[in-house]
Design a protein around this ligand. Structure first.
Ligand code: HDE
Length: 713
């Protein structure tokens, strides 16, 4: 058996050998290619010839060069060696954080000029469309991890402006976990998998993370965001984005205004429930990537409003916190968000590696009219990103990779280096010079339109390693965030903390965390302690600065920013043999008219509807759990429904949808499945004939159901 090539046909393998012996190519263009007798005829048509990387045309891409028909492979097979060597080097180092990501091309359009505040054309030329490349990511997991862990999401936008590339490298939370760049490696090491055991991948529910949190109360505000439902988004199309740090705008007069950047999803905010997120991780590792891809392919282009919070130095001085501290947000009630533009993502990358993997963001990529603030976290980032690209992309010419290259002219005297792809002309690679000719000009300074930093007055002087006293309060803003949520959102947040701490094996870490929570709010700490079954409250840890109350900010809620809509949502209809096609069509039409995608799920890939018409399913029941959808309906023949009521996949389909507070349209037959799942139908469960009622319910979760299902802290 081992001596025979697979699918051997004696006649053709003889022909190959004969041709080889006669010095003729075994597989001339457009003819049958020999694979040890197996022949694959591929129409040549307009296909280009396969070549090596040197342009040498290949005669045979199936077989290596061998000393005889069954002899060893020869080292001189430069074609094989080139192909395998290239393959061996296909991966580049993944990002140390934000390794798992999905991206898309699109454009930014300015709707309101900010010329009073900045000279950046991106923000002054109303109506101009600037190309963008936007990458969303999780932080803790590796490139191959799943899309739906509890985590912050990266929201990085590269604007290819007429004045150079501007990178706004933000997250979906408006605050970060640490105040000084010095702590970033510690924070990331704490959240990533523990170094001795190599797990957990992409999750913060473990000892080292909470150890760091409990010892570093500055993390608490961001941890509250991560433990809220914002940490488990339904879709990347339904998250906000924030530049976090204060930046500066500079206008034509050289005056500066502080700015914080915001992205607002057109589809509103929406998250999953924790049980749903856990099940999504098993159902579809690529849930968010697929969702973004499918929306763009379907022409339902994701869109965000772009907003700015503008404030002066004097206004900032009056804030009850330091705006240079990246663990602090500026409530919208204090400084409103003005919407000045929009971003639309309308093109999926042609190649994941070339674009999404090789894109190199850097917060130091600025354009004239925008400058940094002294936020000590931002200042550290200005070094880190360039450094990381050097190691990830192999050298300083990564700006020449198409996804990174500016789309405006660029020229300077930088030369050579690893992977240089441009061929500069002339003898001049320095400046000033008098030798560059008109035929090969090499570039000059432009004092009038070149980049200028804001001329900031020096601070209090003196060189020292220090944390500003104005950064000392760590508890007021987690309290503000918590108090700005609905009671149900608050309960979810506390349940997440209890869940994560329940995965922590070291009791002292749990206790220290609860002790820190006492500084945020006694009631929060008590509810978490109760959820953990803690016998006594741990002693309070004296805070560096005591928390104070701020007026709740409704804009920090998630449900408050959700939209009752089916736009961008997905509804599933369960069918089986004998289902009523007319009813399926009525549901489908009504849902699609409201902007939803509709997927047919069935026990078999193809079913015969009542009347004999065949219907192909988009998903087979066993592999298409209801966590993948925003609402579900079923149109079943009673006998089929009875059979399904004995199938775990069908019972779980409804039980999960019910548990995840989704609207359900269940026909009479389906009541048997609901009964098998112990589901007592409520107002969120209707008959599929009540199409309008179902569509109205499907636009939101059935929030009131939760109290009947789950004991939350
Ligand atoms: Fe990053 N961060 N970061 N970060 N970050 C990276 O750069 C770093 C921080 C953010 O889709 C890395 O190209 C330091 C804040 C996003 O490619 C690295 C510090 C915020 C992305 C890096 C921070 C972010 C990164 C890894 C503290 C929100 C993904 C690969 C001083 C405002 C961009 C890379 C993409 C990526 C360092 C803090 C957001 C190692 C040292 C704060 C969205 O350079």
């Amino acid at each position: 058996m081992a001596r025979k090539a697979s699918g051997t046909s004696k006649a053709s393998s003889k022909a190959t050998t004969k041709a080889a012996a006669a010095g003729k190519p075994a597989a001339p263009d457009g003819s049958a290619t020999s694979r040890g007798g197996e022949t694959h005829q591929v129409a040549q048509g307009r296909q280009p010839a396969l070549t090596t990387n040197q342009g040498v045309v290949l005669a045979d891409n199936q077989n290596s060069l061998r000393a005889s028909t069954r002899g060893p492979t020869l080292l001189e097979d430069f074609i094989l060696r080139e192909k395998i060597t290239h393959f061996d080097h296909e991966r580049i180092p993944e990002r140390i954080v934000h390794a798992r990501g999905s991206a898309a091309h699109g454009y930014f359009e300015l709707t309101k000029s900010l010329s009073k505040f900045t000279t950046a054309k991106l923000l002054t030329d109303k109506g101009v469309r600037t190309p963008v490349f936007t990458r969303f990511s999780t932080v803790a997991g590796g490139a191959g991890s799943v899309d739906t862990p509890r985590d912050v999401r990266g929201f990085a936008v590269k604007f290819y402006t007429s004045e150079g590339n501007f990178d706004l490298v933000g997250n979906n939370f408006p605050v970060f976990a640490i105040q000084d760049a010095m702590k970033f490696p510690d924070f990331i090491h704490a959240v990533k998998m523990e170094p001795d055991r190599g797990f957990p991948q992409a999750g913060s529910a473990h000892d080292t993370f909470w150890d760091f949190v409990s010892l570093s109360p500055e993390t608490l505000h961001m941890v509250f965001w991560a433990m809220s439902d914002r940490g488990i988004p339904r879709s990347l199309r339904m998250i906000e984005g924030f530049g976090i740090h204060s930046f500066r705008f500079i206008n034509a007069a050289g005056e500066s205004t502080f700015v914080r950047f915001h992205w607002r999803p057109k589809l509103g905010l929406q998250s999953t429930l924790w049980d749903e997120a856990v099940k999504l991780q098993a159902a579809d590792n690529d849930f968010h990537r697929r969702d973004l891809f499918e929306a763009i392919q379907a022409g339902a282009f994701p869109e965000w409003d772009f907003g700015v919070q503008l404030f002066t130095e004097e206004e900032a001085d009056a804030f009850p916190f330091d705006h240079l501290d990246p663990t602090k947000l500026i409530p919208e009630e204090l400084v409103p968000v003005q919407i000045v533009g929009r971003m639309v993502l309308d093109r999926w990358p042609d190649n994941f590696f070339a674009e999404t993997e090789q894109v190199a963001y850097c917060p130091a990529n600025l354009i004239p009219g925008i400058d940094f603030s002294n936020d000590p976290l931002l200042q550290g980032r200005l070094f880190s990103y360039l450094d990381t690209q050097l190691s990830r992309l192999g050298g300083p010419n990564f700006h020449q990779i198409p996804v990174n290259a500016p789309k405006c002219p660029f020229a300077n005297h930088q030369r050579d280096a690893h992977m240089q792809t441009t061929v500069p002309k002339g003898r001049v690679a320095y400046e000033p010079n008098s030798l560059d000719a008109d035929s090969a000009p090499t570039g000059r300074e432009s004092p009038a339109r070149g980049y200028r930093h804001f001329n900031e007055a020096p601070g209090d002087g003196g060189k020292r390693r220090v944390r500003a006293e104005s950064f000392a309060d760590h508890f007021s803003q987690p309290r503000l965030f918590f108090n700005s949520q609905t009671p149900q959102e608050q309960a979810h947040l506390l349940a997440a903390i209890v869940f994560e701490l329940s995965k922590v094996g070291t009791p002292a870490i749990r206790e220290r965390t609860v002790a820190q929570l006492r500084n945020v709010d006694e009631d929060i700490a008590r509810r978490v302690a109760d959820g953990l079954g803690m016998a006594a409250m741990p002693a309070v840890i004296a805070p560096a600065a005591p928390a104070f109350d701020m007026a709740p900010s409704p804009a920090l809620g998630l449900v408050a920013k959700s939209k009752p809509t089916l736009d961008g949502r997905c509804i599933a209809i369960l069918v089986a043999d004998g289902s009523d096609g007319a009813q399926v069509d009525a549901l489908r039409k009504a849902a699609m008219a409201e902007g939803a995608a509709v997927k047919i799920v069935a026990p078999k890939v193809t079913v015969q509807l009542k009347g004999g018409k065949a219907l192909s399913a988009d998903g087979q029941l066993g592999g298409t759990p209801s966590v993948l959808f925003d609402a579900i309906a079923s149109v079943l023949d009673p006998a089929e429904a009875l059979a399904l009521s004995k199938q775990a996949a069908a019972v779980d389909w409804f039980r999960d949808a019910f548990g995840h507070l989704k609207a359900i349209a269940a026909c009479r037959g389906t009541q048997q499945i609901l009964a098998a799942g112990g589901i007592v139908p409520d107002a969120g469960v209707v008959d599929p004939k009540e199409v309008a009622r179902f569509i109205a319910l499907a636009k939101t979760r059935q929030w009131t159901r939760e109290a009947t299902l789950r004991a939350l802290p």
